[in-house]
Each structure stands twice: as structure tokens, then as C-alpha cells.
Ligand binder design. Structure first.
Ligand code: HEC
Length: 455
């Protein structure tokens, strides 16, 4: 990026805020020399294609496409404000505490944000057509996102039964149980993808779960939320799909956004390990941890947020096995503001693993730790969940600060849950992974930083 290298820019910033600076800014913005400096073709299109186009494309759940110069120019002021405030791309992890190393981090760097801001301030110039990058290679609407990754369509697809989503502005639930023949032999799941129908289903399925019953066992087969679509388990880690007659029970939460969607169906695709291959470690995938005392629907009796008030709730979950944590995904509703996951180690040390400080109910993002950053926690560690609710008028998503708010399934009621990617390890595997990670850290230190830092 060119943003830091411009001497003009440094000079202007050096003047600080105030009239003089803005006067000079205006001057520069009007100057063709500087206008050429940051252009759509050369500087901005690559950022949008890389970080925005997967959602902002025709027929997606995002409100507009940002593929062409004309599109981007039309929305330039809004792009500027959303990007500058870090509202877009959607990524709500607190950047000041906890682990910062995520494999699905879509947030922009400070340089990228500055480039976009300068481009808009300069009048959003197009630049030289010859500098335009090729259009990004986007998946076709409705394609399996993991098909590219694995080089084949799913090995097994299960489907919900049709549901008529009515446009009445109310939350709707659909929970059919769908029996099917199942597998003749047990298999190990490497990955799953939860795929709402394209294009309309994608806009009305807020979140959903598919629970599998087979061979006398029940597993959480697949979990979805806007912003979280699939899980790929780590190397040598898998989830067992038992043999025999099977049934999938769906729990789909629809939220109509001004459209009716008749006969909506959701697909889950499964990719297995090769036949006969058994991964070393069995995972539970995303597991629901609660910070409300919900012993079963319909009560989380401890949620009671007064009008114009706030509430903090905490919940503790003790790990009775050594555990690898691969992701966390807060689930609050419209008054939800923050949720964090901390570890309290058996020796009393306390460590923030991850914190979302800017929670937004429409997004259900699973924050996936990078392989080397996944917390490896000894047996006896406590996971401490903390949720903060804001029922004041200052919360922009608050539908009505005059209401008392209690537990409930509707978006206007509250919950305090977190889905955590949990893989329980035996002691030997835990010791091996800890030793492996230590060795890697030591060797990185000897070589003067991580591979990335040395580059
Ligand atoms: C994961 C999907 C996703 C990604 C990635 C994403 N957006 Fe969005 N964007 C959305 C959705 C959905 C909305 C509407 C809901 C909302 O505002 O949160 C939205 C809203 C917006 C809006 C407000 C539109 C309006 O109607 O006012 C702007 C501007 C925007 N995005 C720009 C961007 C830019 C620029 C990027 C990349 C730097 C980006 N977005 C990345 C999904 C995405």
C-alpha cells in the first residue's frame, strides 16, 4: 500500500487538526497530482476484491455489490464511514485484549483503511483502466464453499423439510426431524458446511443447528449463523458419524427481512476422512456453553435487564479433560454488547482468550484461532464467560429501551450463550501438542521471530 509513503500526507497530518489542516486537505484534494495518487484501479479495487466482494456481489445477502468502479463510487461516502469505524468488514473482536491471531480474520489493516479514506476524500477517482485487477474469482451463487478446498462435492448431503417463511417481521422457528437410511459403516467427519438456499434462504436464515441421531448416539452435526458457515477440523481430529438408521433434527431460526420465502430448505454437506481412516482425536465440534442458568427452555431466570439499564452475567465451565479450543462464537441478542472467554488455570493464573466488544446480533461469527494460537488448556481449567447487556438508548440496535428484558428465544428477548469449538484430548496427546508448540516457539525465538515477522 502506498498510504504511509506519501510525504504530502505526512506533512498534512503533522499540522494536527484544526482549520489550517482541513484547508490544506481541501486544496490537496482538488489537486490532480494528489488525486492520481490513490485510485480505484490501482489501490482500492484490490482491497475490495480481497475483503468485501465475497459478500458484496450481486444476489448476495449484503445490501449492494461492490464489484465495479461505478458501484463503489456510488457508495463511496458510506464505505468510508463504515470502514473507518471498523463496522465493515464485520469483525468484532476487541483488538486490545486476548488472542489476536485468527485464521478467518477479515478485518482491514490500518493502511488499507487509510487508503480507502484517502481515496474517498480525493473524490473517489477511477484511475487508469490498465491498472484494474481482474475481477475476483467468485464462487457461483449457491455453490458449496468447501468444494474448492476439498476438490469434490460433499460426500453426504442432508436436507431440512420445506418451510414457508412469512414476511411478518417476527422470528420464526422450524424444527423438523428427518429420518434417513444412514451409513452402512461408521465414518469420521473432516468438515461440514451448512448451506441456506441461494439466494433468498441466505437472507432469512439467521442461525440454525442440525443434530444427528444414529447408532444410539447424538451429535451436533452442524451449526450455522450469519457469518459462520462451516467447520474444518484440525489434522487428525474428526467427529464420528455412527453407522445405522439415522435421523437429523433441525433447529432453524428464521428472521424475515421484508421478504416472504416459500418452501425454504437448508442443506448440510459432509466431507468424510477417507474410508477406513480414523483420526487420532475425536472432537465435539462447537459446543454450547451457557452464561445464563437455562436448565431447559424457556427460562434463563437470571436475565433481567431494567429499562435504560445494563446487566453483566457470568458463567463458569470446568474442563474435566485437557482441551484444545479452536473457536468461539458469542450468542446474545439485541441488547448484547460484549462477551468474553477467559481461562482460569488450575494454578490461579487468568488469561483472556478472546473478547468481542462490539457484538451485533445480526452477525454470528465464529472466531477461529489460527492453528498455533489455539488455546491448549490443562484439565481443571475453568472457562469464564462474561456477557454485558446494554438496554440504554445508546445501544444503536436496541428496539426499545423502555422495556424490561428477560430470557427468550426471540431477538427482542435475551440469551447469554457461547458456542465454543472444543476438542478433548487425552493426557498423552495434550503433552505432545504442548511440547510441539513449545519447540516451535523456541525455534522461532532463536531465528528472530515468526516466519511472517522475518519476511
Ligand atoms: C461477511 C460478509 C461481508 C463482508 C466481508 C463485507 N460486508 Fe459490508 N455488509 C454486509 C452486510 C450483510 C451488510 C448489511 C448489514 C450490516 O450493515 O451489517 C453490509 C453493509 C455494508 C455497508 C452499508 C450499506 C448501507 O446500506 O448503508 C457498507 C458501506 C459496506 N457493507 C461496505 C463494506 C466494505 C467496504 C467491505 C470490505 C472492506 C465489506 N462491506 C465487507 C456484509 C459484508
Amino acid at each position: 500500500m502506498t498510504s504511509e509513503s506519501s510525504p504530502h500526507w505526512r506533512f498534512v497530518r503533522g499540522l494536527g487538526t484544526g482549520l489550517a489542516a482541513s484547508a490544506i486537505l481541501t486544496l490537496f484534494a482538488a489537486s490532480p497530482a494528489l488525486a492520481q495518487e490513490v485510485t480505484f484501479a490501482k489501490d482500492v479495487a484490490p482491497i475490495l476484491y480481497e475483503n468485501c466482494a465475497s459478500c458484496h456481489r450481486p444476489n448476495s445477502f449484503a445490501p449492494m455489490s461492490l464489484l465495479t468502479y461505478e458501484d463503489a463510487r456510488t457508495y463511496a461516502p458510506r464505505i468510508r464511514s463504515r470502514v473507518k469505524a471498523r463496522i465493515m468488514p464485520p469483525w468484532h473482536v476487541d483488538r486490545t485484549v486476548g488472542i489476536q491471531d485468527y485464521e478467518n480474520d477479515v478485518s482491514l489493516t490500518d493502511e488499507e483503511i487509510e487508503t480507502i479514506v484517502r481515496w474517498v476524500d480525493a473524490g473517489a477517482p477511477k484511475g487508469d483502466e490498465a491498472d484494474m485487477p481482474p475481477l475476483p474469482d467468485l464462487l457461483e451463487g449457491g455453490a458449496w464453499q468447501l468444494e474448492q478446498r476439498f476438490g469434490r462435492p460433499p460426500d453426504l448431503i442432508v436436507q431440512s423439510t420445506p418451510y414457508d417463511v412469512v414476511d411478518n417481521g417476527q422470528d420464526q422457528w422450524w424444527a423438523p426431524s428427518v429420518p434417513f437410511a444412514g451409513l452402512e459403516e461408521e465414518r469420521w467427519i473432516k468438515a461440514y458446511e451448512f448451506k441456506p438456499a441461494w439466494p433468498l434462504g441466505l437472507r432469512v436464515v439467521h442461525h440454525g443447528h442440525a443434530y444427528l441421531r444414529a447408532g444410539g448416539r447424538q451429535i451436533g452435526l452442524a451449526h450455522y449463523g450469519v457469518g459462520k458457515r462451516y467447520e474444518i477440523f484440525a489434522e487428525d481430529v474428526g467427529m464420528l458419524f455412527p453407522a445405522g438408521e439415522a435421523e437429523v433434527t433441525w433447529s432453524l431460526h428464521y428472521f424475515p427481512v421484508g421478504i416472504s420465502v416459500p418452501q425454504d430448505v437448508v442443506d448440510v454437506g459432509i466431507w468424510f476422512y477417507p474410508e477406513g481412516e480414523k483420526p487420532k482425536t475425536e472432537t465435539r465440534g462447537e459446543v454450547l456453553l451457557r452464561a445464563d442458568r437455562m436448565g431447559g427452555m424457556p427460562r434463563g431466570g437470571d436475565i433481567l435487564i431494567p429499562p435504560h439499564g445494563q446487566q453483566v452475567l457470568q458463567g463458569v465451565h470446568v474442563l474435566d479433560q485437557p482441551t484444545l479450543i479452536s473457536s468461539f462464537r458469542p450468542h446474545l441478542h439485541m441488547r448484547g454488547k460484549e462477551m468474553s472467554l477467559e481461562a482460569i488455570y488450575p494454578d490461579g493464573r487468568r488469561e483472556m482468550l478472546g473478547k468481542v466488544s462490539d457484538y451485533k446480533h445480526i452477525w454470528q461469527i465464529a472466531y477461529q484461532f489460527s492453528a498455533d494460537a489455539r488455546p491448549l488448556l490443562p484439565k481443571g481449567t475453568m472457562l469464564l464467560l462474561t456477557s454485558v447487556f446494554d438496554n440504554t438508548a445508546a445501544n444503536p440496535l436496541n428496539p426499545d429501551p423502555e422495556q424490561w428484558v428477560v430470557f427468550g428465544r426471540r431477538g427482542v428477548d435475551e440469551m447469554s450463550h457461547m458456542w465454543v469449538g472444543i476438542t478433548e484430548l487425552d493426557q498423552e496427546e495434550y503433552d505432545r501438542l504442548v511440547a510441539e508448540r513449545r519447540a516451535k516457539l523456541v525455534s522461532e525465538e532463536e531465528q528472530g521471530g515468526t516466519e511472517e515477522e522475518r519476511r
